[in-house]
Design a protein around this ligand. Structure first.
Ligand code: NAI
Ligand SMILES: NCC(=O)COP(=O)(O)O
Length: 354
């Protein structure tokens, strides 16, 4: 590939019984039409299945097999060409009907993208939704992309962060059952989460001195210890240790009153303690346009803010706004990472080790 041409982003098309292929195709075409030549996309998916999906959507589109040795750039007159890295289905896919037979296929999409990043064919990955339940029903333990990618890249801790509606909300825990949350939030784990969050906001989002607002875990942030001790025992000491290191980290704030402009206007991110504390607020503010970002990985990975929407599959009505936003975000993160790497090389200042 011409050294001036950016590496493509890998786009995994997700659960084939859901809306993944539909939103991937719609968003890819929108991206290629709006930004020809900017960053090419390669869709990971079953070639014939993607053709059939496009036909069902009545899209004016051509397909081409991805060839790492003959890379392809979208010029103004080739925006309707979709490149596909063919990953065969394990069984025929029917819209709206989940099948355990295709669980390995879904994971192969992710592995193909990861291998392509490792061999420097792709600059990062954008993922369409998978169905966690059907993968487990197939006998494969799986809690989410976040944990799967951490495991595959041998990353000990990652941070889930969603962005949308003018907010970024990161989580101190990911897909953890509610009754295990308190034990999962320890001084070392929360310290690591904040380290990752501050590092990636700086390096991947170009925010020089991020301001992070931290929620409490309990109602009213524990009400001075009368409604729980995690704020006093864990959260406050961690916040204070970051303040002593010169970081703009504040809290703990009661989660029910934190999400208002008075607090959020000057914040770069909120760190919430668990999935359903932070994400409903963000999804209410931006569902359909939000982006899910995995921080702390050695690769760039973004995703949609929604799930497989089995109820909408095959109906050609799914909103691809979140997938488009995820592509844009991955593109911006690749760009910011390159810029920061160049600055650090020139000044010989290494990025903070996380
Ligand atoms: N990144 C990922 O892989 C994610 C996967 N999931 C998985 O998706 C599965 C289904 O989860 P649910 O909680 O039912 O959430 P869901 O997001 O699939 O559906 C919730 C509601 O939103 C609607 N919806 C979702 N995406 C839409 C779109 N693009 N356009 C228009 N309407 C849309 C659906 O029709 C449904 O009414 C679960 O297995 C879950 O684990 C959920 C979130 C993210
Ligand atoms: N609610 C976000 C979500 O569940 C996404 O999980 P992941 O598959 O991106 O880890």
């Amino acid at each position: 590939m011409d050294s001036n041409t950016p590496l493509p982003l890998a786009l995994t098309t997700g659960e084939p019984a859901g809306i993944g292929a539909e939103v991937s195709l719609r968003a890819a075409l929108q991206w290629q039409n709006q930004t020809p030549s900017l960053t090419p996309l390669v869709l990971m998916g079953d070639y014939d299945f993607l053709i059939a999906t496009a036909r069902n959507m009545a899209l004016d589109v051509q397909f081409r097999h991805y060839d790492a040795n003959a890379p392809f750039t979208h010029t103004q007159d080739a925006t309707q060409i979709i490149q596909v890295a063919h990953v065969p289905l394990r069984a025929p896919a029917t819209a709206g009907q989940l099948s355990t037979a295709n669980a390995p296929h879904v994971l192969e999409l992710l592995d193909t993208a990861l291998n392509g990043i490792a061999s420097q064919q792709f600059s990062g990955m954008v993922t369409a939704p998978v169905h966690k339940g059907i993968i487990n029903d197939a006998g494969i333990a799986f809690t989410g992309h976040t944990e799967y990618l951490a495991d595959k890249t041998q990353t000990d801790q990652v941070v889930m962060m969603l962005a949308g509606g003018g907010m970024r909300v990161a989580l101190a825990t990911t897909h953890v059952p509610l009754k295990l949350i308190s034990d999962a939030i320890t001084i070392p784990s929360l310290t690591r989460t904040l380290d990752i969050l501050l590092h990636d906001l700086t390096v991947k989002f170009n925010i020089a001195q991020p301001r992070v607002l931290v929620t409490g875990l309990n109602p009213h942030a524990g009400e001075g210890g009368h409604m729980g001790m995690e704020e006093i025992d864990v959260i406050t000491p961690v916040i204070q240790s970051f303040q002593q290191r010169g970081h703009d980290v504040r809290g703990p704030y009661p989660a029910d009153t934190l999400f208002q402009p008075h607090y959020l206007n000057d914040a770069d991110a909120v760190l919430a303690m668990y999935h359903d504390q932070g994400l409903p607020v963000l999804k209410y503010a931006s569902f359909g346009h939000g982006v899910n970002i995995t921080l702390g990985l050695p690769i760039i990975r973004t995703s949609v803010d929604h799930g497989t929407a089995i109820d909408l599959a095959g109906k050609n009505t799914a909103d691809a706004g979140s997938m488009f936003a995820a592509i844009q975000c991955a593109h911006d993160m690749v760009h910011a990472s390159h810029m920061n790497a160049a600055v650090n090389t020139q000044t010989n200042v290494s990025t903070r080790k996380i």
